[in-house]
Ligand binder design. Sequence first.
Ligand code: ADP
Ligand code: MG
Length: 263
Amino acid sequence: MSKNEQLTLEFPKPARVFNKQVFDYLYDYDSRVDLWYGGASSGKSAGVVQKVILKALGDWKIPRRFLILRKVGATVKDSIFEDFISRLTEWGLMPYAKVRNTDYRIKLSNGAEFIFKGLDNPEKIKSVKGISDVMMEEATEFTLDDFNQLDLRLRERKHPQKQIFIMFNPVSKANWVYKQFFERTDPDTKIHLSTYKDNKFLDDANRRRIEQLSETNGAYYKIYALGEFATLDKLIFPKYEKRLLRAGSDELKGVPSYFGLDF
Ligand SMILES: Nc1ncnc2c1ncn2[C@@H]1O[C@H](COP(=O)(O)OP(=O)(O)O)[C@@H](O)[C@H]1O
Ligand SMILES: [Mg+2]
């Protein structure tokens, strides 16, 4: 592998490789914040990883440097890092990638780098310089302050078309992502919504698992199947009946006790 060699990929049958919602924005680098939210298993992670790998392969004067984040470092390896390895393997790029399993870094032969970190160790993040793009996987785990700090980090002049990629399930309107990106409109943010129905690569078992939420938990169904923001007050007992019961009467017997915990 020579240094900084150009790498190109061709996809003669893109429909077999990409979901439509990803393919349509694959080379769209115009938005500062590229936000991907929606239901479970809609292909958000896989799609953004595809987009980011292709961005890394682009013809840039200075090789791109992606900071790929989870809030908690220990979760990086089995999630987003594995997603990158899967896509690089699928696309035959592993011979052109140097993978460092000790500190989770991948360097491509064109000089582009993916650096994986957890934000639970902010000091280590500060030492990473020259970042061109940031990815916040499961962004609802982060805070608004985390986002603002990262946004500031990305103000250096060096790289053109810097982007922050944000992925999450719409768990609650009380979460910072709702306030930041949905309560107001920001011209620098592009919002992509997807659900399991948009993911043609999903197997039947997982599809059924998501659909079954409609029978068990209405709030979860709303979040993980429909990809809609649910409000917290509906999360504990989604199905209940309101009825007046007289104390000491027979009506109270046979009513089971349920306890809910909110946090
Ligand atoms: N373009 C794709 N090619 C192959 N598999 C895909 C593709 N997009 C999604 N998948 C698969 O579908 C499943 C769910 O996708 P994922 O990206 O994890 O969803 P999300 O991040 O929205 O929960 C994963 O097993 C993933 O590998
Ligand atoms: Mg995901």
